[in-house]
Design a binder for this molecule. Structure first.
Ligand SMILES: NC(=O)c1ccc[n+]([C@@H]2O[C@H](COP(=O)([O-])OP(=O)(O)OC[C@H]3O[C@@H](n4cnc5c(N)ncnc54)[C@H](O)[C@@H]3O)[C@@H](O)[C@H]2O)c1
Length: 426
């Protein structure tokens, strides 16, 4: 996976919004004639953010969808009348027009659903986390190898231009060696409407399984993948919501670079203040998720509100969080700073801000494509042109090992050595 070539220095702290098109080094699907037939399993919040990307990408055609909920299937059929609908992944996989299955069902079903698709000879793009235990992930990798098909993990934010550009800096040693990655996020995750799946730890609920997969995959992507050891804690601080709502993790890579990453989902501080500044965040929204939960989502109303974030529901799309008017999506929910021998580089509004030994400037990375597009383009390139697949099953299992270690390290209050790590494809 390669980064971007057009780099432009701006005056210190410029917020100039000039658009500089990015030149992706990979072959994009629009340059190719082959169209991959897509089947979607699970029409919830994750699919809502991916579906416009699939629909817009000329390399893919949406042929079918499956869900156990008849209401979401009916809403989908209205928008995609030519696509076939099914009640199970197995039935969807009988459709010969489907070549790739995108699976966005709850975490605990990932292994079973993916293996069912492999048995029908389909490629799979599985939502993060790949699954929630190592044996399930090994079974997925083996089933893909046996069927001779591809397994990709939808760690979309790791394909974001800022992440890819920093990875390129690490690889080229433009500023010397990578030394330190820091990532902070204070968000309202725990108090937004949650499904029972999201509030049950053994089903893959809580912030470690739902948000940390993005953050720790980004950290692994920048650092090159090979985490040597980890010390962490996963905090369950609210007796009414018995899932981890926070984590704080220290990781060391094989080459000696280190990372600290934390998320608090307890809806107090908002770390977008550190990214966009105080003028950008409306103070009257403070504690909004807690307030809604306390005042409006009592009784069974919370689960109903969470369900209405799915396809065709009243709150559909609200799971996709953007800072109004500012963009940046998930990745800009808090500060990320990467330190090299000769520069600190931070994620900024327009791309990256570089504080080197001698200069301070911004690299503008705004463009029409985000990490979701990057995930789809690289997968297309692998299926159609045989390019090595970044974020494949082995990569996903390595991030899964990190997530499991976050929980275990906190429980045992000790550093853990990792053994399932793999390097980046770049
Ligand atoms: N919500 C998000 O914004 C988001 C973002 C990125 C990744 N993810 C990941 O996507 C996955 C799904 O999360 P979600 O938030 O979309 O969940 P969700 O509960 O909103 O949606 C899941 C959908 O799967 C369907 N489903 C459940 N069991 C099924 C089965 N056996 N066969 C077919 N369909 C079934 C449900 O009816 C529902 O429509 C999770 O792995 C999550 O980590 C979610």
């Amino acid at each position: 996976m390669t980064g971007y070539s057009r780099v432009r220095s701006l005056p210190p702290f410029s917020t100039n919004n000039v658009y500089y098109p990015l030149e992706r080094a990979i072959v994009t699907s629009s340059e190719n004639a082959r169209v991959i037939g897509l089947g979607i399993v699970g029409l919830g919040g994750a699919t809502l953010s991916m579906l416009p990307k699939f629909a817009k990408n000329p390399g893919y055609k949406i042929m079918a969808a499956a869900d156990v909920d008849a209401n979401v299937l009916a809403a989908f059929s209205k928008d995609f009348p030519e696509a076939k609908t099914y009640n199970s992944v197995q039935d969807l996989c009988t459709n010969d027009a489907v070549e790739l299955v995108y699976i966005a069902t709850p975490n605990r079903f990932h292994s079973e659903h993916t293996i069912a698709a492999f048995q029908a000879g389909k490629h799979v793009l599985i939502e993060k986390p790949m699954t929630i235990e190592i044996p399930g992930s090994i079974a997925m990798i083996e089933a893909a190898d046996k069927a001779g098909v591809l397994l990709g993990v939808n760690v979309k934010h790791s394909f974001e231009p800022r992440v890819q550009k920093v990875r390129e800096m690490v690889r080229t040693e433009e500023f010397g060696k990578l030394r330190l990655i820091n990532s902070w996020r204070y968000v309202d995750w725990l108090y937004r409407p949650r499904t029972p799946e999201e509030l049950t730890p053994e089903w893959g609920g809580g912030i470690v399984w739902r948000q940390a997969p993005h953050q720790l995959d980004i950290v692994r992507t920048i650092g090159g993948g090979m985490v040597r050891s980890l010390r962490s804690m996963a905090g369950v601080w609210d007796p009414d919501r018995r899932v981890p709502g926070a984590h704080a993790t220290f990781m060391e890579f094989e080459d000696g670079a280190v990372a600290t990453a934390m998320i608090s989902g307890y809806d107090h501080y908002d770390s977008r203040l550190l990214v966009f500044g105080p003028d950008a965040i409306d103070p009257s929204n403070h504690g909004g998720a807690r307030r809604e939960l306390r005042e409006s989502l009592v009784g069974g109303a919370e689960a109903a509100a969470a369900a209405s974030e799915r396809y065709g529901g009243e709150r559909a799309g609200s799971a996709v969080r953007e800072t109004p008017g500012l963009g940046g999506g998930w990745i800009m929910g808090g500060p990320t700073v990467i330190s090299f021998d000769h520069a600190d580089v931070s994620f900024s509004r327009n791309g990256l801000e570089v504080f080197s030994d001698t200069e301070r400037y911004e690299i503008d990375l705004k463009g029409p494509k985000d990490g979701r597009d990057g995930r789809l383009d690289t997968y297309y390139d692998s299926i159609v042109n045989g390019a090595p697949l970044p974020a494949d099953g082995r990569w996903g299992m390595a991030t899964l090992e990190v997530l499991l270690a976050v929980q275990q390290s906190g429980d045992e209050r000790r550093e853990l050595m990792l053994s399932h790590q793999t390097g980046s494809v770049d």
